[in-house]
Design a protein around this ligand. Structure first.
Ligand SMILES: [Zn+2]
Ligand SMILES: [Zn+2]
Length: 380
């Protein structure tokens, strides 16, 4: 079949919306009609070239990263299933997980489905079933962001990327739980392990950070200090439960010091647009002795430099932990968060600042760069 999708032909260019030829699903795959897609910062990393495919994986599979259909925060309805698909049927509603979870590898078996071994192929952009393409344009195979490619009206992806949800949940809101919401919420609830009465700092209040604010609030934090240079995002953070705000790490320092009587924050969650190693030391400075800093934001793939006072790191017994998908389990937490939404405990509607048709995707990303959206969203 033919459909429209946004393709990035090479890094440092623009998204190009054009006609794509889509093959039917093969074994273990499904065809989905997508309702829309969140405009997440991780796709911007494709555009800037910060998110590049490991040359060893490219060689192993014989694939190139570009051209690629972007998008990894989507939801839709199953149209057709390929041979051997047993858990889904046409008409089912699903959220796409940006990490496939096979259910069989050692990580899946111990409930760490966010670390499924199939994650090694996330940036290879092919079907994780047989490592070939179903999407083509101008005679070339197209890659798919996170093996799902939600910047298109339809997609074909693996059954292992699909999380079935209840049919009465609005799909456009459900899409957000595929990446930003779960990543932010889980960063607070699981990776940071926020407990009642703790002081929590969240650095960067976009589509991920806003949900770290909401996760910390739902966990009963006493102070939730939201740090963002954009005034609109600081205002919005208060809608999601922030008790205090600051425009920068420097501005947060005396505020956290005063609020905690010099103890500093129990937990600090870093959810900036781009993670920068040179900021680590000042972020650790916001954290109390024995406290924990969670590093959720994506940094440029080849960055290895970190500024960190290793003397204080030892003597103050601080923790610095990485977190992928909020250390959450897509099969458990996506339906779990959608139930919280239905019960009015989790805010999703308030996250979507603006919606765009597919053809305006470049405007949507410009608005993200300009900081005027918590989350921009494509609606097909
Ligand atoms: Zn994302
Ligand atoms: Zn697995």
């Amino acid at each position: 079949m033919k459909m429209k999708a946004a393709i990035l032909w090479e890094p440092k260019t623009e998204w190009s919306v054009e006609e794509v030829e889509l093959d039917p699903p093969k074994a273990g795959e499904v065809l989905l009609k997508l309702v829309g897609s969140g405009l997440c910062h991780s796709d911007e990393h494709l555009l800037t070239g910060d998110l590049s495919l490991d040359p060893a994986v490219a060689k192993e599979l014989g694939v190139e990263q570009f051209p690629i259909i972007g998008g990894h925060e989507g939801a839709g309805e199953i149209v057709e299933v390929g041979p051997g698909v047993t858990t889904l049927k046409p008409g089912d509603h699903v959220v796409l997980g940006f990490i496939p979870s096979c259910g069989r590898c050692a990580y899946c078996a111990r409930g760490k489905q966010n670390l499924c071994d199939l994650g090694a192929y996330l940036l290879a952009g092919r079907q994780v079933t047989d490592f070939t393409s179903r999407h083509h344009a101008h005679g070339k195979d197209l890659g798919l962001m996170c093996c799902i490619g939600t910047f298109g009206e339809y997609t074909v992806c693996a059954e292992s990327s699909c999380i079935k949800i209840e049919p009465d949940i609005p799909l456009d809101k459900a899409a957000l739980v595929g990446c930003g919401v779960t990543t932010g919420w889980g960063s607070a609830v699981y990776a940071a392990g926020v407990m009642q009465g703790e002081s929590v700092v969240v650095i960067g209040c976009g589509g991920v950070g806003m949900n770290a604010v909401q996760g910390a609030t739902l966990s009963g934090a006493r102070h939730v200090i939201a740090v963002d240079p954009v005034e609109f995002k600081r205002e919005q953070a208060q809608v999601f439960g922030a008790t205090h705000t600051a425009a920068s790490i420097e501005e947060a320092m005396p505020l956290v010091n005063e609020l905690t009587w010099g103890v500093m924050a129990d937990k600090v969650i870093s959810t900036m647009g781009v993670g920068e190693g040179k900021l680590v030391e000042s972020i650790m400075g916001l954290c109390a002795k024995g406290g924990r800093v969670v590093w959720t934001n994506v940094a440029p793939i080849n960055d290895t430099d970190v500024s960190l006072n290793l003397f204080n790191f030892t003597l103050q017994e601080k923790q610095l932990v990485g977190s992928l998908f909020g250390s959450a389990n897509p099969r458990r937490d996506i339906p779990h968060l959608l139930r919280l939404y239905q019960e009015g405990k989790l805010k999703l509607d308030e996250l979507i600042t603006r919606t765009y048709p597919l053809k305006d995707i470049n405007k949507g990303y410009q608005d993200m760069r300009d900081g005027i959206n918590v989350r921009g969203m494509l609606i097909y």
